[in-house]
Design a protein around this ligand. Sequence first.
Ligand code: PAF
Length: 284
Amino acid sequence: MKRITALGEMQSFAASNRRAGKSIAVVPTMGFLHDGHASLIRAARHKAEIVVTTVFVNPAQFAPHEDFTKYPRDIERDARIASDAGTDILFVPASADIYPQNYHTYIAVEELSGRLEGGVRPTHFRGVTTIVAKLFHLTLPHYAIFGQKDAQQVVIIKKMVADLNFDLEIVVCPTMREPDGLAMSSRNVYLSEAERRQSTVLVRSLREAEAMVRSGERDPKRIRERMQAMIAAEPLASIDYVSIAHPETLVESAGMESGRALLVSLAVRFGATRLIDNCVVAVP
Ligand code: PAF
C-alpha cells in the first residue's frame, strides 16, 4: 500500500490509471477505521483493480460546537487496517490543501440536506457533499463505496452524483454491528461503560419497529411512540429524532402502503456522544 498526501500526485495517479484502462474504487473515510470500514474496503477490492481509501477528518461537516478537534485519530493504525483489508492507495490529504485560505466553493443538495440529521445539524451535509465531490475529482473513481449506516448521507450523495453527472457508481454496503447489535462507529469509543450498555437501545428499538410492521401495525406514529418510549427508558439516552420516512425523499410518512419500503432512523445522544442508526423495513 502506498500513502499519498499531495492532491496533484493523487489526481495524476488516478488519471494515468484510468487512461491505462484500470478500474478505481474509492472508500471515503474520516479515519479511526473499524471493521465497518474494513468491510467497505473489501467490497471495493471486489469491485475494482485499484482501491483508494481516503482518510480526512473534514472540518466543513462539523459545526463549531461539535467534536472536530476531539474526533479520534490514529493514522498508523488506520494504515494497518486499510492495508490488511486490501487498500492500494491510502490518500491522506492535508486540510490546508483541501481548504486553502480563501476557499469559497461549497456543494449543497437542497431539501434532502435539511431533513432528519439536517434538522439538528443544518450545515453538516453541505460539508459532506463538498468533500465527497472534491474526493471524487481527486481520485477519479468508477465506484465509490459507502455504508448504509449513514443512510441519509447515501441518499444525498446519490442525488449529488445524479444531479452533477458524476460518471461513477455508488455502492452501498450493509451496516456492520458489534455482537450485541450496536452499529460500528468511530464515535463508539467515546461511550462510558454505562452509556455503552444502554446504547443497544438504538438497535433494539429498530428491531421493535420491524417486528411491529411485521405483525400488522401500520401507523407510523404508534411505532415512533413505542421506539421513543423504549429509548426514554434508558436514563442516559436523550433523543434527537426518531423518524419513519420515505427512503428516497426522506419525507416523514403519515401512513404505510403494502409493498413499499420505509426508512426507520434515529439519532440519540449519550452525554456528548451522538449515535445514529437505521433500518429499511419492507411493508408486507
Ligand atoms: O461517512 C463519513 O465518514 C464522512 O461523512 C465522509 C463520507 C468520509 C465525508 O467526510
